[in-house]
Write a protein that binds this ligand. Sequence first.
Ligand code: SF4
Length: 267
Amino acid sequence: MAGIQIGKVFSPYVTDSYQRCPALWDKSRRVQLVSQKKYTAMLIGSAVALGLERHYKGFPDGQEKAEELVEAQYQEGSDRTLRGVKNLTKQGIELGMATNLGVTKIEAVEQFFGNIKPDLVAREKDELVVIDHKVKVNLKDEYLEKELQTFDCGNQMLHYAWAVGAEYGEPVERVYIHMIVLAPAPKTLLHPVKMTSERIQLWLQGVAKDWVEMEAITKRQGIAGTRFSSCIGKYGPCDMYELCHSFNGDEQAALTSGLYEPVAKRW
Ligand code: SF4
């Protein structure tokens, strides 16, 4: 994009974290909250995505591969039984495979574009589009619209359009959320997020500046400041709440307390 200096590019997930609170992103690279309860929604989403990836790559073993993933990563004491996770995964793959995506050609399946990996790059006639599967294990109809709106301005969608468009040398017209809802009323739908080069440029102006700051912090040339206005979100306190508010940011004290553990101990 003209006039915007792009240095190191960070993934949408970590950019989200940094924009919520620089300290959250920075601390999450080293410590994590010891979870009392093991949640399976993320595992179900990953397994469904794997099943759909195999399907769109033309392999008949999507259910089998997804079940293998669930068996390998399921932890005893989770919020659902192993059987329940397998059943929900199977249902999600079946639902996802049945969705009419309305595309005329699949260009790429789970292919890396820099540090992003969209589920599908496809064509609607001549137009380039990106499709991303999102699994919601439980989402009531009255919350569906609001949930979909959260994707309209998401870093992930804009980053997909920017990176895929650059690779193909042509604009991505839309990024679709392929929403797969498992309960209480199973359904799928496609939610289009319209892209324009002006919109991508405006987004890039903001994130490029954040990426410069993030790189400086990783090189110990900058400080990851706290953002107390983000400490309590719509789903409750930030995972680093006790670290910041009981241990005043002292990671070693938080680790010693047993409330936190070094990263990469959990799936
Ligand atoms: S508790 Fe607040 S200040 Fe600390 S990392 Fe989380 S959002 Fe940032």
